[in-house]
Ligand binder design. Structure first.
Ligand SMILES: C[S@@+](CC[C@H](N)C(=O)[O-])C[C@H]1O[C@@H](n2cnc3c(N)ncnc32)[C@H](O)[C@@H]1O
Length: 291
């Protein structure tokens, strides 16, 4: 069975990158449903999770996150540049440059969104390699596919709609699995890490680039001001959506800090787990190996 057929049989919507009439990427089934503001009565804490600072039923988080990214997909890249003054490009370049990716590798870029990481990886794996850009959100994938195709990045790229918590690939499929600014949006992060580990080949590497805990005390008030005062205003002005950028600021604070995430990677089975702070801990790159 070829890869496409195999993935499709496991629940992924698979789209091979091509310049001919591309198939429509799927919608985000159920993601636009209205959330309830409070957990239903009688639910135990285990039935709820955080969505930013709100406690929501676990089953709803995925839809809420889907709504955020469907809302901002068209302005996602512009907003990244505005919010970070372009610094996200340096973080991503460094992430890929230090990933250890080699020519001919098969790589899964999870929560790949509009394709920044996939694009950089593709340059490094060369024509013998392959990059799969996986994301749960059809809108983000559509923007990413159009963007990379317009740049002429077609060969060796595949797009597939999938949930990071249940990857539609057999064990040991990839040399490298990356997830950049995606893990904090995944409802069950441990499951996401377990899946990353499972689909890695022995000798493969898992890498997480994510916002983390700022280390310098003097910087924290400035960072908070930027997060809670500037970001939502930029969101309202340029993406017509303040709430999604309020969620961004809150979700960063809810994400496990450096040591906690390292422990979660070890729990997933990764060995030689380590992390490196970028920009004083605004972001961190976590790495682990499947030996
Ligand atoms: C902040 S964007 C990051 C996009 C890209 N990796 C980048 O660095 O620019 C987060 C992405 O995670 C995706 N995402 C959220 N939850 C997911 C899940 N459970 N499985 C797969 N992708 C998910 C969203 O749809 C969105 O495209």
């Amino acid at each position: 069975m070829g890869w496409n057929a195999e993935w499709a049989s496991k629940g992924a919507r698979v789209y091979v990158s091509c310049t001919a009439a591309a198939p429509a990427l799927g919608d985000n089934a159920g993601m636009n449903a209205k959330p309830s503001d409070t957990p239903s009565r009688g639910e135990s804490p285990a039935d709820t999770t955080h969505f930013g600072y709100r406690e929501v039923p676990t089953a709803e988080k995925q839809r809420l996150v889907g709504r955020v990214f469907s809302s901002v997909a068209g302005r996602y890249d512009l907003m990244n540049d505005l919010m970070s003054l372009g610094i996200h490009r340096l973080w991503k370049r460094y992430f890929v440059a230090t990933s250890g990716v080699r020519r001919g590798d098969r790589v899964l870029d999870l929560a790949g969104g509009t394709g920044d990481i996939a694009s950089l990886l593709l340059e490094r794996v060369g024509p013998e390699g392959e990059i799969v850009l996986g994301d749960i959100n059809g809108e983000m994938l559509r923007v990413g596919r159009d963007r990379l195709t317009d740049r002429g990045q077609v060969r060796g790229l595949r797009y597939a709609q999938m949930n990071a918590e249940a990857l539609p690939f057999p064990d040991g499929s990839f040399d490298l699995v990356t997830i950049a600014f995606g893990l904090r949006n995944v409802t069950d992060k441990q499951k996401g890490l377990d899946e990353m580990f499972r689909v890695l080949k022995p000798g493969g590497r898992g890498l997480v680039l994510e916002f983390s805990e700022v280390k310098a005390d003097w910087f924290k008030p400035l960072y908070d001001f930027h997060s809670f005062q500037v970001l939502p205003r930029l969101g309202r002005l340029f993406a017509g959506d303040a709430d999604s950028y309020q969620y961004l600021a809150e979700s960063i604070r809810q994400h496990p800090p450096q040591e906690a995430l390292k422990a979660m990677m070890a729990q997933a089975g990764f060995e030689r787990c380590d992390y490196r702070n970028l920009s004083g801990g605004i972001c961190a790159i976590h790495s682990g190996h499947r030996l």
